[in-house]
Design a protein around this ligand. Structure first.
Ligand code: UD1
Ligand code: UDP
Length: 379
């Protein structure tokens, strides 16, 4: 098959790596980079670290307001897909690149595969939630990272073409973990921290960076924690700190965004992570790293329920309290599969290649009872 894989943002490069490895054994993959992330530290380093093939297309869309960024991607992706006419299109996760890729494929009647389908925060103010809802609605095949995600889709009436395969980010940790661990001693020495005696922080969600009160709360919390903190900072967050005049205390090492191997090396030796990232929450769980999530809700409620993730929001008192008290010790059930999700995805695609619209049918029965419909009509 000819498969177009669409990527654009940092976590998508990481996800693409194991999937590319598995797909390229038997298929022709065309990798399309929308250009959503473009700094070397946000893009090039991941292609190097992960040995990802160079993109066949880089659409160079760059940053911008949601409508313009997504619209530019849609127009450029449409041209690429019309030219390539692939057998299927793969999008992942919940970024604007995901949304544009899903729309472009569907408009050209190309079978669409969504990896990381069914994730829900139930917070529609998140741009990611809107992107996921649309991608899931349009996809012909849904690959879920947890069983909970399968249930979310079922609640929305999506029950066909849905597979729990596990998380390809766990595949990435399995594949690249050994390389990352080799880097750890030199990296920790360079940063002046010792194994098990530092915290790791990341912040980039629009809900935090675009809200001065919330970002101030997070910085006040981090500043009040008397333990070394390594804080690789997303460009959006660096800009926001400058804009709101927020500063980090001397125990916080504010550094440029890290490549994947360095990030994994730091996660492997941190004592705890404080983050609003979806990927980092998951990696913390894989690695048995206690996680304080700097949000009021998460897509990953299972990790909270089993006791390895604590929602602390952005109130500095809750952040410090979490840092002081949170010591998870219970088991970590394999919520995210076994680290072989990409192979499972490749096998399913081979056994039953998706067809456009294959599961989109008139329902066999209407779920609402007749009297409820009458009630609706008379109002
Ligand atoms: C995007 C995704 C988010 C994902 C994150 C991963 C959307 C709506 N959001 O958020 O779901 O978690 O990527 O990191 O798609 N910038 C640079 N250099 C870059 C990239 C971005 O300076 O290489 C700056 C620009 O000022 C830009 C801002 O960061 O406006 C935000 O970038 P954008 O890609 O729009 O969203 P992210 O916050 O990165
Ligand atoms: N990551 C990285 N360098 C960093 C911060 C994060 O390599 O400086 C990795 C992190 O380990 C995870 C992924 O990027 O694999 C998560 O991406 P991000 O937090 O940007 O987005 P999200 O997962 O929230 O969509």
């Amino acid at each position: 098959m000819k498969i177009v894989s669409i990527v654009g943002a940092r976590p998508e490069f990481i996800q693409a790596a194991p999937v590319s490895l598995a797909l390229r054994r038997e298929h022709h993959e065309v990798l399309v980079h929308t250009g959503q992330h473009y700094d070397d530290a946000m893009s090039r380093v991941f292609f190097e670290d992960l040995d990802l093939p160079a993109p066949d297309y880089n659409l160079g869309v760059g940053s911008g307001p949601h409508g313009r960024q997504t619209g530019e991607m849609l127009a450029r992706l449409e041209a690429v897909l019309a030219q390539e006419r692939p057998d299927l299109v793969i999008v992942r996760g919940d970024t604007n690149s995901t949304l544009a890729g899903a729309l472009a494929a569907a408009k050209l009647h190309l079978p669409l595969v969504h990896i990381e389908a069914g994730e829900r925060s139930f917070n529609k103010f998140m741009p990611e939630e809107i992107n996921r809802l649309v991608a899931d609605r349009l996809a012909d095949l849904h690959f879920c990272i947890t069983r909970r995600a399968v249930q979310h889709l079922a609640r929305e009436g999506i029950t066909k073409g849905v597979f729990f395969v596990g998380d390809v980010m766990l595949d990435a940790v399995r594949l690249y973990g050994p390389q990352a661990r080799c880097r750890a001693p030199a990296l920790l020495a360079r940063l002046g921290v010792e194994p098990g005696r530092y915290l790791l922080a990341t912040v980039h969600r629009a809900g935090n960076t675009d809200h001065p009160g919330r970002l101030a709360g997070i910085m006040a919390g981090l500043n009040a924690i008397p333990e070394p903190i390594v804080f690789p900072i997303h460009p959006r967050t660096r800009q926001a700190l400058a804009r709101y005049g927020l500063t980090a205390g001397p125990h916080i090492r504010l550094i440029d965004p890290l490549g994947y191997l360095d990030m994994l090396a730091l996660e492997s030796h941190a004592r705890m992570v404080l983050t609003d990232s979806g990927g980092v929450q998951r990696e913390a769980y894989f690695l048995g790293l206690p996680c304080l999530t700097l949000r009021e809700e998460t897509e990953l409620m299972e990790t909270v329920e089993v006791g390895w993730n604590l929602l602390v929001g952005t109130d500095p008192r809750r952040i410090v309290e979490g840092w002081r008290r949170f010591r998870p010790a219970g088991p970590r059930p394999p919520l995210f599969g076994d680290g072989h999700a990409a192979e499972r995805i490749a096998a399913i695609l081979k056994a039953s290649p998706p067809r456009f619209g294959q599961h989109y049918r008139r329902p066999e029965r209407i779920l609402l009872p007749a009297h409820a419909l009458e009630h609706l009509q008379t109002r």
